[in-house]
Ligand binder design. Structure first.
Ligand code: C2E
Ligand code: MG
Ligand code: MG
Ligand code: MG
Length: 277
């Protein structure tokens, strides 16, 4: 009968679910020890002025190389860290490293450029986080005007009130605020006006559509126009070829980021970019 059928169906499915749950559990405990042992590192990817091609900043990206030597993608461990709460600790250490490194580049190489750090919803809604930022800026002597915090639409939706409060305070301190992965979420245009953003980052899924076939081109140019009408600076991520670069320059996009300009690399390697400044 129906009941038996669903029963056996359930049982058939179990081993798979078990396996997934077990993998998750082990990744979870691996992540805990990785955080304790300081194995989460920061890589930096260059942000380039679109027209002049000059280095204008870096985005800090979390990297985790496990004991076995393999890299685990942030797309995998960041959502896990958001679930188990470790994101607060990880986020704090990424922010500290980013401000330390950028302050060092600034004082030793005169690199007067910004560093961008990704922030999750859980961090925004933690009242102590603003104090953490203040403390880190004080300790490292990095100017708030050169710190850019990247938030996604998901973060805004997760806790709109907390995000609003967080952004108002951060902006009041002089920190730049960018909306990351623009176009992949629920972004009603109202969102852009409601929050005090300074920068809009076009998601790489849009950039990758730019081609001589022209399919995604009109969309990109209207996103850029709209951003400018709202007084937002535009960064295009995922720029991989010359055609995309030229198209984006023609549209008035201010900053480019992508493999064409440079891959994410460890701090000491990023320094090579600066020495060439
Ligand atoms: P994101 O903030 O949108 O970062 C851009 C992603 O695009 C990075 O992936 C970067 O390596 C990749 N990328 C850069 N240029 C190109 C390109 O030309 N082509 C392609 N296909 N990809 C490119 P990554 O480092 O794997 O990070 C993935 C996501 O994980 C980030 O997306 C961000 O949402 C999240 N993430 C990374 N680090 C942190 C962190 O410290 N905190 C939080 N909360 N999230 C982070
Ligand atoms: Mg980002
Ligand atoms: Mg992005
Ligand atoms: Mg992304």
């Amino acid at each position: 009968n129906a009941r038996n059928k669903s029963c056996s169906g359930y049982r058939l499915f179990m081993p798979e679910m078990d396996k997934e749950a077990r993998e998750r559990q082990s990744l979870d405990s691996e992540l805990h020890s990785a955080v304790t042992e300081g194995l989460i590192k920061v890589f930096y990817q260059p942000l380039m002025d679109a027209k002049s091609g000059r280095l204008v900043g870096a985005e800090a990206l979390a990297r985790w190389q496990s004991h076995s030597g393999r890299y685990i993608s942030p797309d995998k461990f960041i959502p896990l860290a958001e679930e188990n709460g470790l994101i607060k600790q990880i986020g704090k250490s990424i922010l500290l490293s980013a401000c330390k490194d950028a302050a060092f580049w600034r004082s030793n190489y005169g690199a007067e450029f910004r560093v961008a750090v990704n922030i999750s919803a859980l961090q925004c809604s933690d009242m102590g986080f603003i104090e953490t930022i203040e403390k880190i800026l004080q300790e490292t002597g990095f100017p708030p005007e050169l710190l850019e915090i990247e938030l996604t639409e998901r973060t805004l939706v997760a806790d709109s009130h907390a995000a609003t409060v967080f952004m108002e305070v951060a902006r009041g301190m002089g920190i730049r605020l960018s909306i990351d992965d623009f176009g992949t979420g629920y972004s009603a245009l109202g969102y852009l006006r409601k929050f005090p953003f300074t920068t809009l980052k076009i998601d790489k899924s849009f950039t990758s559509e730019i081609s001589d076939k022209g399919k995604g081109n009109a969309l990109i140019s209207s996103i850029i126009q709209m951003a400018h009408a709202l007084d937002l600076e535009v960064i295009a991520e995922g720029v991989e070829n010359e055609f995309q670069r030229e198209f984006l320059i023609d549209c008035g996009c201010e900053i480019l980021q992508g493999y064409l300009l440079g891959h994410p690399v460890p701090a000491d390697q990023f320094l090579l970019n600066i020495e060439l400044l």
